[in-house]
Design a binder for this molecule. Structure first.
Ligand code: TYM
Length: 332
């Protein structure tokens, strides 16, 4: 049976890339699959988080899921730290994953920067915890943006090595689900960098909390080149900023880049940007509004997280029993 798992880090500044690349895709999957969606607070503390902000950001991730249309009656929404299996299985995976595998992780290299000696051990082991998130539920499919592909390959390697080392067929080999026209939304200030929660410039991203005027201002200031939009996708080559705005439009309109270019080819950005703004306000604005409304009642969000954690915990129990038996741990 297929089971979906995905997670978002509660590190603030949730943005349009998180929405179009991941959260929006969570919603449609609910119709046909059992879905488990997590606010990964233990991943967040691999870099310093202010404790009060972490608590609020964790609720905000849950509120964003709800606002986007995740139904807590069918899907499970919970906070990672509330289910002990994640940390337990991560330790076992730390003993399966090889240093050489982790050394190849580009996200670690980016986040640790030049001062690698000063990065936390948790940041280095991050992908092992991510594998545990997924495999504690024997999830089979993981909807994410493109930037998580390498981590999911590592999840597959860990599952395979565990199964081989112990001669079992315990963990599934997960499939990434990377779909839509905005699997990698780029910064509005620099088409070579992805839109990110940690970019120092607020103008690089559109966030869930931006109002109409802010969305309009950010798109007006978005970097572009001087040429009009091309009529076909080949014309977007070597034009990263143009490609990004067209991709965002296509994703919001649920059409394709080619359809957008068929409609707007030849238009100047001065014409296209206000139309894109209207679309963003119409499609993304209400999600942010609903998230803010939900955040005004943290008790409601906390109740959903609590119930979700209990359901998630139940699902992990038989898996963890099986894993511990296979590894050779004495039953308590
Ligand atoms: P995080 O919190 O960085 O991002 C959450 C989701 O948003 C996607 N995303 C993007 N998609 C398109 N364009 C962008 N610019 C963009 N930026 C982010 C991410 O790909 C992700 O799907 N390691 C994960 C969290 C995680 C996880 C997991 C995910 C922990 N455990 C288990 C799946 C399964 C992360 O840092 O996502």
């Amino acid at each position: 049976m297929s089971r979906i798992f995905s997670g978002v880090q509660p590190t603030g500044n949730l943005h349009l890339g998180n929405y179009l690349g991941a959260i929006r895709n969570f919603v449609g999957l609910q119709e046909n699959y059992e879905c488990i969606y997590c606010a990964v607070d233990m991943h967040a503390i691999t870099v310093w988080q202010d404790p009060a902000a972490l608590r609020s950001n964790t609720r905000e991730v849950a509120a964003a899921y709800l606002a986007a249309g995740v139904d807590p009656k069918t899907s499970i929404i919970f906070a990672q730290s509330n289910v002990p299996a994640h940390a337990e299985l991560a330790w076992i995976f730390n003993c399966i994953a090889r240093l050489g595998w982790l050394n190849r992780m580009t996200q670690f290299k980016e986040k640790a920067g030049k001062n690698r000696e000063n990065a936390s051990l948790g940041l280095y082991a991050y992908p092992s915890l991510m594998a545990a998130d997924i495999l504690a539920y024997k999830a089979t499919h993981v909807p994410v943006g493109e930037d998580q592909k390498q981590h999911l390959e590592l999840t597959r390697d860990i599952a395979q090595k565990f199964n081989n080392d112990y001669g079992v067929d315990l963990f599934p080999i997960v499939e990434p689900l990377i779909f839509g026209e905005a699997t990698r939304v780029m910064s509005l200030r620099d088409g070579s960098k992805k839109m990110s929660k940690s970019d120092p410039s607020d103008y690089s991203r559109i966030t869930f909390t931006d109002d109409r005027d802010t969305i309009a201002k950010k798109l007006r200031k978005a970097r572009t080149d001087a040429d009009p939009l091309p009529g076909s996708e080949e014309g977007l080559e070597n034009r990263p900023e143009a490609a990004n705005l067209v991709g965002i439009y296509a994703a919001l309109a649920e059409s394709s880049k080619q359809d957008v270019l068929t409609e707007f080819g030849g238009s100047q950005f001065s014409t296209f940007k206000p139309i894109l703004t209207e679309l963003a306000v119409e499609k993304f604005g209400p999600v942010g509004e609903e998230m803010k409304r939900l955040m005004a009642d943290p008790g409601h969000v906390d109740a959903i997280l609590k119930e979700g954690a209990a359901r998630a915990h139940k699902l992990t129990e038989p898996v963890m029993r099986e894993v511990k038996e296979v590894v050779g741990f004495i039953a308590p």
